[in-house]
Design a protein around this ligand. Structure first.
Ligand code: DMJ
Length: 475
């Protein structure tokens, strides 16, 4: 009896699936295509399965967190193969707990979130005689403290953020207003005059939020000046290069692309408009993105990729794309160009499928991995999440499911998750960056969790996936 009933349910489900896929089947038949071109479109993730996947993501996050707790508690990061800890500097700044806290909160992992919060509140001190990298500290720590403060209203988190923001401020004291790369947290001594657009232009969301939450405009003003100064050094094509001297404003490297070192500069042009309604940011975005699409966008075999070009002439310098560039569909979709975003995400998928995990860098002409490692990066999942949000198309959940299955199969270890040294043979690296908690698990979870888990349109994710809510009034 139960068997007959199950069979009947199965037939109904099959029919439903057929009805859903009918338009695509007809289209494929019309075009004379015997096989649908993207396997992702063949699979449907039901709501029930999505809920199961969300639960699995939560379980894996807990596995990673327990591993951090057991082997690296109080340190910046876990080294999963040697089962030991890694600190970025002489003293830990609790990178992993700060990066992880809002993800643990979103997932409803209450005990884990409570222990992370208490560790941060009781142990984190920025009064350290250490030279730190302004960009990483801003996106991971300032970002993590502010979003967690907004979620918990725990004043200790805001006071840590304020202390940190104050200690980072000296970086902006360059002749151009673009920040030096490093600062000593205790003495305020700065160093590192050769920077890049990601480091000079990815600060306004965090410093701006700090201003909104404290009522002190100084943070917003300094970070905005840095972003505007970066923009003002763009070429007539709207492109920026890979290295700039923050004292003179001279470009040291004119290689333009959307990958690491530049990526989040473009991201923040749009997002500071979205979060703060700053019209200057919108204008800067509007006059930059056409050049990016025209000179960096590249059509190969009918596929859309983004490569490298000379920032002044726009001439092609390299056909290189990679795991970091994979954030671009998310940004394009956010900026309103969903069609372009969809096309680029198909290329992302192709890059992932080449070896069952994406490489750090790929030559998209030859389809050879040129940097074969995988650092457990989130960008490709972030793009699937944004596209699922904007299109409602189930194929992005199916894509996410594929990414998640491969991610677990290839990177899960007895202790935490391990980066891959080489995606072609699956050899492993003794590293699990804090952004695995801040971003990778978060975007997987949000892709499968009920929409109500977060109000997507009411938040702006910083580049480390820390969600910021608009603040109506300054305190
Ligand atoms: C993160 O630290 C941030 O997303 C940054 O913008 C660049 N990429 C890493 C994760 O890949």
């Amino acid at each position: 009896m139960a068997r007959t009933k199950n069979r009947a349910i199965l037939v109904i489900e099959e029919n439903k699936l057929l009805i859903k896929l009918l338009p695509r089947i007809l289209l494929a038949a019309t075009l004379g295509i015997s096989k649908l071109s993207h396997a992702s479109t063949q699979e449907v993730v039901t709501e029930k399965e999505a809920a199961q996947l969300a639960q699995q993501v939560k379980n894996e996050t807990r596995h990673a967190w327990q591993s951090y707790k057991r082997h690296a508690w109080g340190h910046d990061a876990l080294k999963p193969l040697s089962k030991s800890a890694h600190d970025w500097y002489a003293r830990s700044l609790l990178m992993t707990p700060v990066d992880a806290l809002d993800t643990l909160l979103l997932m409803g992992l209450k005990n884990e979130a409570d222990e992370a919060r208490e560790l941060i509140a009781s142990k984190l001190s920025f009064d350290q005689d250490m030279e730190v990298q302004n960009f990483e500290i801003t996106i991971r720590l300032l970002g993590g403290l502010l979003s967690s403060y907004q979620m918990t209203q725990d004043p200790r988190l805001l006071s840590l953020a304020k202390d940190l923001g104050q200690r980072l401020l000296p970086v902006f004291e360059s002749p151009t207003g673009m920040p030096y790369t490093h600062v000593n947290l205790r003495t305020g001594k700065v160093s590192g005059k050769v920077s890049n657009p990601a480091e000079t232009g990815t600060l306004l969301l965090e410093f701006g939020m700090l201003s909104k939450l404290t009522g002190n405009p100084v943070y917003y003003d300094k970070a905005k000046r840095a972003l505007v100064a970066t923009y003002e050094h763009r070429s007539k094509l709207g492109l920026v290069g890979s290295a700039i001297d923050v004292e003179t404003g001279t470009w040291i490297n004119k290689d333009a692309h959307i990958g690491g070192g530049i990526d989040s500069y473009y991201e923040y042009l749009y997002k500071c408009w979205k979060l703060f309604g700053d019209q200057d940011c919108k204008n800067m975005w509007d006059s930059s993105i056409p050049g990016v699409n025209q000179y960096l966008g590249d059509e190969v075999r009918g596929e859309l990729w983004y490569g490298h070009a000379d920032m002044e002439t726009g001439s092609r310098k390299a056909s290189q794309y990679g795991a970091l560039d994979a954030f671009m569909p998310a940004l394009l979709a956010l900026g309103g160009d969903v069609d372009r975003a969809k096309r680029l995400q198909e290329s992302n998928l192709k890059m992932w499928r080449l070896h069952g995990t994406e490489p750090e860098a790929l030559n998209y002409q030859t389809m050879q991995a040129t940097s074969p490692e995988y650092a457990l990066r989130p960008e490709i999942i972030e793009s699937a999440y944004y596209l699922y949000h904007y299109t409602g198309d189930n194929k992005y959940r199916a894509m996410g499911k594929e990414f998640f299955r491969d991610f677990v199969k290839r990177c899960r270890s007895e202790v935490g998750f391990t980066a891959l040294k080489d995606v072609r043979n699956g050899s492993r690296e003794d590293s699990m960056e804090s952004f695995v908690f801040a971003e990778t698990f978060k975007y997987f979870y949000l892709l499968f969790a009920p929409k109500a888990t977060i109000n997507f349109d009411a938040v702006t994710f910083n580049t480390e996936a820390h969600p910021f809510k608009q603040v109506q009034q300054t305190k």
